[in-house]
Design a protein around this ligand. Structure first.
Ligand SMILES: *[C@@H]1O[C@H](CO)[C@@H](O)[C@H](O)[C@H]1NC(C)=O
Ligand SMILES: *[C@@H]1O[C@H](CO)[C@@H](O)[C@H](O)[C@H]1NC(C)=O
Ligand SMILES: [Cu+2]
Length: 205
């Protein structure tokens, strides 16, 4: 019984790795969703819409400035209409909060509220970060980049940009905009998981 419980726990941990689609500039100067909950190993996948946005990681205390160390920067994704042909993916390495903004200075998107958070908490909320951003007059991009993630074509991305059902499920909660990569994740450790299940069955009989 203990062994089968462990096997189920192992399987559900593996199956929960997911890709979280974030639309950038699809509805005004916003990220959608913008208050994201993610687990370690999840992938944030940014889809860029017209006209010209970026994603930059920030420190909580400095909403429109690149993070002092580490972080990520997608570079700019100029898009004349619709959705850009490329996406930017960033892996979530732990559950500490991640803060990000758009560094477009034309129209100062950051202080217009184009910010987002991953795993914000009661002490540091997205509302606090956003209200601090709205008071910022300067908005900076890192001096070089992109870094901290990878650019790939939207057609090769996990969350397809057209035709797929995922493209219509990007508004509400993070869970509505996620896709479980169960098959892919199981592929890498399937042997181990099956061995654990095998052991559980052996102990159960
Ligand atoms: C996109 O915005 C950046 C930052 O303002 C600017 O440097 C770049 O030239 C813009 N790209 C296009 C094609 O407008
Ligand atoms: C997670 O680690 C990878 C590899 O070092 C890095 O590229 C990525 O930017 C990190 N993710 C975050 C949210 O900082
Ligand atoms: Cu922007």
């Amino acid at each position: 019984m203990l062994f089968s419980t462990l096997a189920i726990a192992a399987l559900s941990a593996v199956a929960s790795a997911k890709t979280i689609r974030v639309d950038v500039g699809k509805s005004g100067l916003s990220f959608s969703p913008n208050d994201i909950k993610a687990d370690k190993g999840d992938v944030l996948e940014f889809h860029y819409h017209a006209i010209n946005h970026s994603v930059v990681a920030a420190d909580f205390a400095k909403p429109c400035q690149p993070k002092a160390s580490g972080g990520f920067y997608s570079g700019f994704f100029p898009t004349s209409s619709g959705e850009n042909k490329n996406v930017f993916q960033v892996t979530v390495n732990d559950t500490t909060p991640i803060w990000f903004y758009c560094s477009q200075t034309v129209g100062n998107h950051c202080s217009a509220g184009m910010v987002g958070a991953v795993n914000a908490n009661a002490d540091k909320t997205l509302a606090m970060f956003k209200s601090a951003a709205e008071k910022e007059s300067s908005n900076q991009s890192p001096s070089s980049g992109p870094f901290g993630g990878r650019i790939l074509s939207a057609s090769a991305a996990t969350q397809s940009s057209g035709g797929g059902s995922s493209s219509t499920t990007t508004t509400g909660s993070p869970s509505a905009a996620t896709t479980t990569n169960a098959a892919a994740a199981l592929g890498s450790v399937g042997g181990m998981a099956l061995a654990v299940v095998g052991a559980a069955v052996a102990f159960a009989v």
